[in-house]
Design a binder for this molecule. Structure first.
Ligand code: GLN
Length: 220
C-alpha cells in the first residue's frame, strides 16, 4: 500500500509567523511521522495561486498589523477557493492574525479597517491603548480537553453564526475579555489566539487535527 501523506499549506508563511507559530508545522510533521504518515509542506504566499485540491491541511499564522494589511489585499484573490475548502470541511488551524482574517474584518490598532474574507462569521474590533498579553488556559467541554498558550493581541473578536469557541477561558482574556470564549471552531476550521506555539504546547490538539485529516482522507 502506498505511504499515507498529509499535504500541508503554510498560508503566507513568509509573512505571518510571529511567536514561533512555525512550530505548529513542525509539530504536525512530528505527530504525523509518529503514526507513519509522511508530511509535506509548502508556503503559498502573495501573488501565488492557492489550489485547495492540493492540500489536506492549511496553517494560517499570526502577524503584525502591517503584514496583515499586505496579506488582506492578496487574500481577496484566494477568498473563493478558501471558502470552498472550509465549506468542504477541509482542516485549518488559524492563529491570531490568520484567525482574524478568516472573519469579516479586523480594525487595526491605528483604526484602519483590514478586510477579512468572511469565510467565518466573526469580526474583530480594536481596543484603545491596550493589548491582551499573557498566559492563557482554556477548556473544551465537548472534547474534555484543556489547552494552554500565550496571547498577545490588540484585536477583540466576537463570534458569529455556526461558530463555537475553541474553549472556555479559565486563565487569561481570550477572544474579547468579556464572554469567556477563546478561539473558534467552524466545521474543521480551528482558530485560536494562542501562541506558544499552540500545537507544541498541546500535543493532544495536534493529534486531534492529524486524526481528522487522516479520517477525512483515508477512512472510506
Ligand atoms: N495584529 C493582530 C492583533 O494585534 C494580531 C496579532 C498576532 O497575530 N499576534 O490583534
Amino acid at each position: 500500500m502506498a505511504e499515507k501523506v498529509i499535504r500541508a499549506c503554510h498560508l503566507y508563511g513568509n509573512l505571518l509567523n510571529t511567536y514561533g507559530d512555525n512550530g505548529n508545522m513542525l509539530m504536525m510533521a512530528h505527530v504525523a511521522k509518529q503514526q507513519g504518515v509522511a508530511f509535506e509542506s509548502k508556503i503559498v504566499s502573495i501573488y501565488e495561486e492557492f489550489n485547495p485540491d492540493e492540500f489536506d491541511f492549511i496553517f494560517f499564522g499570526g502577524g503584525q498589523d502591517y503584514e496583515q494589511t499586505i496579506v488582506s489585499k492578496d487574500l481577496q484573490t484566494k477568498k473563493e477557493a478558501l471558502t470552498q475548502y472550509i465549506e468542504d470541511e477541509g482542516v485549518i488551524l488559524a492563529i491570531c492574525g490568520g484567525y482574524q482574517m478568516l472573519g469579516h474584518y479586523y480594525i487595526g490598532a491605528n483604526g484602519d479597517k483590514i478586510p477579512g474574507i468572511s469565510a467565518l462569521d466573526h469580526y474583530t474590533e480594536s481596543q484603545e491603548d491596550n493589548r491582551f498579553i499573557g498566559d492563557v488556559e482554556i477548556h473544551n467541554e465537548a472534547f474534555n480537553e484543556t489547552y494552554v498558550g500565550f496571547e498577545n493581541h490588540n484585536g477583540v473578536t466576537y463570534l458569529g453564526e455556526g461558530e463555537k469557541p475553541l474553549g472556555t477561558v479559565t486563565t487569561g482574556y481570550g477572544n474579547n475579555g468579556k464572554d469567556n470564549g477563546e478561539g473558534a471552531i467552524y466545521k474543521n476550521t480551528f482558530c485560536s489566539y494562542l501562541h506558544g506555539p499552540i500545537l507544541a504546547r498541546n500535543p493532544h490538539l495536534a493529534k486531534r487535527l492529524v486524526d481528522i485529516i487522516l479520517d477525512k482522507k483515508y477512512a472510506k
